[in-house]
Write a protein that binds this ligand. Structure first.
Ligand code: TPP
Length: 581
């Protein structure tokens, strides 16, 4: 049988099924071994092919597309270290439950482990960090093998999306010659079945009705309950959890990535300043819960994690539709593997409305006081990291996506970005909390969600400068607020900061970079912000500009530390005064 014909038919069957499985975007990095797949993909009229030379950024870009669109995105690269460069984004996808279909080209079996060029061991390359690995059979043109290619593809797409979503890896051995036959006019004409080859059905995880009822009884009998919502993106979840809170009269401790801090939903149950007031012992004592119900991944806030850990006698109910074990304190009394929305709706339907409101009133009172004390940061004249996040809730346009870098930005967001009625979607890479791939992930998200704002530190920006190319190549608009404190500001908050001898060398790590040159290289707009007035005018002007727009905000790590400490101390003093009185 003709080799090229087999290669072409097999890959075309696979690509056709990929599209039928709902994949619309594939990020391809150039290479030789992946030639047949890349060339066939480029022929498909319903597949958007994005080229990204740097595989590390490419994989994060695909991650961003999948994260924002909540549809699986595919990746394709050649053999060797190209595939290894996907690793960080795959880890992030696995831990943040984002569907990715990773396709790597490989040497055929006879060229493995015999010194052939660009041949590394790609079998289970990503280990346990993918949900499914398949070493694909070499291309053949029999009806059975075309069915095989389509079935594996459908299974891979389904596995990537089934809760908990995550990455899957298919490794394709290709023999030379690698150029497919593109002059065929039947490339994607599928002989046996023209729709999706196999439609995979799977349902939500639910509980028997009796259990919802029991849970409702338990919750109705507890007066001092709190609901903790960690990072979770699920349409309709905010409304459902608010209904649950309303019936129970429980406060909702809303992580910045819970999608509850912005939006038109009822805000009176939202507690958003807890990261600051849960540092205070008097508050912690007064706010002790009997019951904690948790949804989503672990919250960003360390004081909140400590608070939950300290309340080890409380009943701790963790609801996880992804059937994981999100309980680093090992204190859960109920681990409930049930779709979060279904849980809220079902339990709510069995609840009696609680009249007890003293506990929630106290949470709100402390929260309001904390918010007003934190607002003192607005009086600061100099450029300040905290004030920047306070300003954002004011300045961000309706419907924007705010992508936040790890390290201090996500923490400052937690501290200073409070409930507002704009529909702002907040995103970050909190699966593995890396400072890598942030620009690329944000740009991938920007494919589906605009206007896009990215706030990140200088080391995080430096780490993925390459990622900016996607904006230039694909015209993705991005507003970048670069917080340049010349190094890793977060380390000043850690105990090693008390050991000054090698602190700057090991942790501060100033890079002394002039980022304007890099922005220029990518054809972007750059503003070195001089003061708040300048910041606001640049921010507003950039709304009418397209492409890459970087506003660099220079801050000072020591001053930043002092500012945070002073604010937290003033919050703490006020709370103790309130609770004493
Ligand atoms: N490498 C990766 C890939 N991920 C990490 N999280 C780290 C290293 C450890 N790390 C956490 S925060 C940080 C480092 C190196 C410093 C980040 O500095 P910057 O982006 O400037 O933000 P800042 O701390 O100033 O807010």
């Amino acid at each position: 049988m003709n080799h090229q014909e087999a290669l072409t038919s097999y890959i075309a069957a696979f690509v056709a099924e990929l599209v039928k499985s709902g994949v619309e975007d594939v990020v391809v990095s150039p290479g030789s071994r992946s030639t047949p797949m890349a060339m066939v993909m480029a022929e498909h009229p319903e597949l958007r092919v994005h080229i990204h030379v740097d595989e590390r950024s490419a994989a994060f870009f695909a991650l961003g597309i999948a994260k924002a669109s909540q549809r699986p995105a595919a990746l394709l690269c050649t053999s060797g270290t190209a595939a290894a460069n996907y690793y960080p984004a795959i880890v992030e996808a696995q831990y943040s439950r984002v569907p990715l279909i990773v396709l790597t080209a490989d040497r055929p079996h006879e060229l493995r482990d015999v010194g052939a060029p660009q041949a590394i061991d790609q079998i289970h390359l990503y280990g346990k960090n993918v949900k499914w690995f398949v070493e694909m059979a070499p291309p053949e043109n029999t009806a059975e093998m075309l069915r095989y290619a389509r079935t594996v593809c459908a299974r891979a797409a389904s596995a990537a999306q089934t809760s908990p979503a995550g990455p899957v890896h298919l490794n394709f051995p290709f023999r030379e010659p690698l150029v497919p036959q593109l002059d065929r006019n039947d490339l994607f004409e599928l002989s046996e079945r023209t729709e999706g080859y196999v439609n995979i059905h799977s349902g939500q995880f639910g509980l028997p009705n009796e259990e919802y009822k029991e849970m409702a009884q338990i919750l109705n009998s507890a007066q001092k309950g709190i609901i903790v919502c960690g990072p979770l993106e699920k349409a309709d979840f905010p409304a459902a959890v608010i209904k649950l809170a309303e019936k129970l009269n429980y406060p909702i401790i809303a992580d910045p990535l819970s999608q509850l801090r912005s939006g038109l939903h009822e805000g009176s149950f939202i507690i958003d300043a807890y990261d600051s007031f849960l540092k205070n012992d008097d508050a912690k004592k007064a706010l002790k819960p009997d019951v904690i119900i948790r949804f989503g991944a672990m919250p960003v806030s360390k004081p909140l994690t400590i608070f939950m850990k300290e309340n080890s006698t409380a009943r701790q109910i963790i609801v996880d539709g992804g059937r994981g074990w999100r309980d680093p304190s090992l204190l859960s009394t109920e681990m409930i593997h049930c779709d979060e929305l279904l849980f809220c709706e079902s339990v709510t339907s069995y609840l009696n409305t609680s009249e007890y409101d003293e506990f929630i009133a106290l949470w709100k009172k402390i929260n309001d006081l904390t918010r007003s004390k934190l607002a003192d940061v607005n009086a600061v004249d100099e450029l300040s990291e905290g004030k920047l996040f306070f300003q954002l809730a004011e300045l961000l346009p309706e419907g924007s996506t705010l992508f936040v870098g790890n390290s201090m930005p996500i923490r400052d967001l937690d501290t200073f970005f409070h409930y507002n009625q704009k529909s702002i979607r907040v995103m970050a890479n909190r699966g593995a909390n890396g400072i890598d791939g942030t620009v690329s992930t944000a740009l991938g998200a920007g494919m589906a969600s605009q206007p896009l704002y990215l706030v990140l530190g200088d080391l995080t920006f430096f780490h993925d400068l390459n990622g900016l190319i996607a904006s230039k190549q694909y015209g993705i608009d991005i507003n970048i607020l670069l917080i340049n404190n010349n190094g890793g500001g977060i380390f000043s908050f850690l105990p090693q900061a008390n050991h000054p001898r090698n602190f700057e060398k090991l942790f501060g790590t100033p890079l002394d970079l002039d980022f304007s040159h890099a922005i220029k290289m990518f054809g972007g707009q750059y503003d070195l912000i001089s003061d708040w007035e300048h910041f606001i005018s640049a921010f507003q002007q950039n709304m009418d500009r397209s492409g890459i727009k970087v506003m660099e905000i220079t801050t000072n790590r020591d001053r930043n530390l002092t500012e945070h400490r002073e604010l937290w101390e003033s919050v703490s003093r006020e709370i103790s005064r309130l609770l004493e009185g």
